[in-house]
Design a protein around this ligand. Structure first.
Ligand code: CP3
Length: 342
């Protein structure tokens, strides 16, 4: 099946494009009433993730409604810990909760690297999405980075300090390495299956990169991300290490094609530090609370800042749940219009 819109894939590979491609992190779900309507028919978030026909439906919604240049498969990074043996609950308005967590060497006996069949529902959702999209836009697959997944498996949920996960790096580095290695292996298999099912690009979300000291991030974060990047050569890979602005030179050496930038990063500096990479980002999601005129001004500033460098327009992190979808549509229109004119 040939793609009718492959802008994002060409941009990811560093090629020239007629205009800047655009998609939005966490575009599936959250802000769309059409998503709520599907979700409210079910027992909750997890049932939606595990029902491939409906996961495909909400994956395609932002393509139809917002006009983005890619679909990201509706799922969650927590699919990996679950397949490894730690089930989670998604607590409404609070976030994920793991009743069982990992703290010691003996806890590692509770988990396995992951039986690929346990994640079949994700691959099925990708296959259905691919059929339904009929080549309109590419599908982005994704996984959490090992450090971020490790944090959830140790903390049992979100945290302000991540001190339980971080203390292990000082008190039991060997065990931390063992767990990070298991997550990495599981993630490589998972991403390869997503690609086989039809994902044309994959993104690694390291949401908690920014809480580590630089030397720990090199040792326990990038070390494992680089193994994933080296293992995936079939499609372009994007690494999004939120808050790790100090690691850009090192990130430039990873074998990924695209680097996601959060809104703390200065695009001009990023262009210098990441000369070999396509850059993705990095509008502040709070811009959507402003009026249309301000949104347009901010889009102009962003496009100007990335000028001369392969760029995929996006936010600096996931969109906030209380965002008005009309503002997002306007943002997508602005990127299309303004980048076309230049
Ligand atoms: O990008 C997309 O639209 C695709 C789907 C997607 C979800 N989660 C769906 C989801 C993606 C790419 C993710 C990634 C994810 N999940 C990350 C990394 C990105 C980031 O934002 O840093 C993280 C840290 C998680 C873990 C997670 N899942 C949390 C902390 C929460 C609760 C708070 C929140 O963000 O809403 C979730 C739940 C979740 N994952 C929802 C959705 C649509 C909300 C559940 C609902 O109410 O329907």
């Amino acid at each position: 099946m040939s793609l009718k819109n492959d802008l994002i894939l060409r941009a990811a590979r560093g090629g020239k494009t007629e205009r800047t491609p655009v998609w939005i992190m966490r575009q599936a779900g959250r802000i769309l009433p059409e998503y709520r309507a599907v979700r409210d028919r079910l027992s909750g978030f997890k049932e939606l993730v595990k029902t491939p026909e409906l996961a495909a439906e909400v994956t395609i919604q932002p393509v139809d409604i917002l006009g983005v240049d890619a679909a990201i498969i509706f799922s969650d990074i927590l699919v990996i810990p679950e397949a490894m043996g730690l089930t989670y609950e998604m607590v409404e308005k609070k976030g994920p909760y793991f009743p069982q967590t990992i703290h010691s060497q003996s806890d590692l006996l509770k988990i396995e690297t992951g039986d690929p069949d346990k994640r079949n529902y994700v691959y099925k959702a990708i296959e259905i999405t691919k059929n339904k999209l009929d080549g309109r836009v590419p599908i982005i697959g994704f996984a959490g980075a090992p450090w971020t997944i490790f944090s959830y498996m140790v903390e049992g949920g979100g945290s302000k300090t991540f001190s339980k996960a971080r203390r292990l790096l000082y008190t039991n580095a060997a065990m931390a390495d063992q767990l990070l290695g298991m997550i990495t292996e599981s993630t490589i298999g998972y991403l390869k299956h997503q690609i086989q099912a039809g994902a044309e690009m994959v993104q690694i979300f390291d949401s908690w990169a920014g809480i580590l000291p630089p030397d720990h991030y090199t040792r326990f974060g990038l070390e494992y991300i680089s193994k994933i990047c080296d293992a995936i050569s079939e499609v372009p890979v994007t690494v999004f290490a939120k808050g790790a602005w100090w690691a850009m030179e090192e990130i430039n050496t990873l074998s990924c094609q695209t680097v996601g930038l959060d809104w703390n990063m200065n695009p001009k500096k990023a262009k210098r530090k990441l000369p070999n990479k396509t850059l993705q980002g990095n509008l502040d999601p709070c811009v959507f609370y402003a009026d249309d005129h301000s949104i347009k001004t901010e889009v102009k500033k962003m496009l100007h800042a990335f000028e001369g460098h392969p760029h995929i327009a996006n936010l600096g992190h996931g969109i906030y749940p209380d965002t008005d979808p009309e503002k997002v549509k306007y943002f997508v229109e602005c990127v299309k219009e303004l980048s076309h004119q230049r």
